[in-house]
Design a binder for this molecule. Structure first.
Ligand code: ADP
Ligand code: MG
Length: 252
């Protein structure tokens, strides 16, 4: 291996150091440190209000951190002079509420950013979109509008839209929380496939069984801090912290 390749692999995919964020007088993130390695799938668990979404949203500057450092492949995400458009193309985000454009069909939901942000030709963007929709099992729904799709299908379009930009990291914020239970499995299957294809993933989710099976590492957050982290078998099997134990006994 060349020194360059070794150095690139030693750099975490995503690194968060000393992240602080307040809303008014309420300190929501009280110094979060986190690294995600290449191809790692890290799950974030924690009670409602513990700061999980805020942490994720700081990673692509949908929220502005008060202090701390965030690096993507060693490149600063925080600080002045960062090209946010460029950074956001490198970080895919999937939300609980899908956030598809209702007036555009599935294919156009995927091609929009490719055309507008990447400046791809129509043919090139269409080909890329069909590839991404095929990956999420929706090639046959490409001409359907969101209102003609189930919640699970809409979320898979949202994942295809993120994938099509070929991000270096994907952030998922409760991607299955808005879905009827029978539709959750299809979305988790797609996430499993995305991981198998080598994507780096930071996932906030309450799907404990999925976390147990698929996560490389599980982080437990409470009151704006990471309380403990470790491999899923340890966090679920032998949580060290009282607050983790209390949380897991409520949700599992
Ligand atoms: P989680 O995702 O773990 O449920 P959040 O990060 O959404 O937690 O929220 C953490 C805390 O920050 C909550 O108390 C929430 O009410 C507050 N909060 C989140 N976003 C905002 C905002 N834009 N303005 C004011 N308070 C917010
Ligand atoms: Mg949240």
């Amino acid at each position: 291996m060349t020194a360059d390749v070794e150095a690139a692999q030693a750099t975490p995919s995503l690194e968060v150091r000393g992240l602080h964020k307040s809303f008014g007088t309420v300190e929501v993130l009280k110094g979060v440190d986190l690294t995600v390695a290449h191809r790692e799938m890290v799950f974030v668990l924690g009670p409602s209000g513990s700061g999980k979404s805020t942490m994720l949203r700081c990673c692509n500057r949908l929220e502005e951190p008060d202090s701390g450092l965030i690096l993507l492949e060693g490149d600063p995400v925080t600080g002045k002079g960062v090209n946010l458009n460029a950074i956001r193309q490198r970080i895919g985000m999937v939300f609980q509420a899908f956030n598809l454009y209702p007036h555009l069909n599935a294919r156009k939901n995927v091609t929009l950013a490719l055309r507008k942000v990447r400046g791809m030709s129509r043919d090139e963007a269409d080909a890329r979109a069909m590839e991404a929709l095929t990956r999420v099992g929706l090639a046959d729904k490409s001409e359907n509008h969101p209102s003609e799709l189930s919640g699970g299908q809409q979320q898979r379009v949202a994942i295809a839209r993120a994938l099509a930009l070929e991000p270096q990291v994907m952030l998922f914020d409760e991607p299955t929380s808005a879905l009827d239970p029978e539709l959750v499995g299809d979305v988790l299957a797609v996430m499993r496939e995305v991981k198998a294809a080598g994507m780096t993933m930071l996932v906030v989710s309450h799907e404990m069984k999925f976390a147990r099976e698929a996560a490389d590492r599980v982080i437990f957050m409470d009151q704006g801090r990471i309380v403990e982290q470790g491999p899923p078998e340890r966090i679920f099997g032998a949580p060290e912290h009282d607050r983790t134990r209390a949380f897991l006994s409520r949700v599992t």
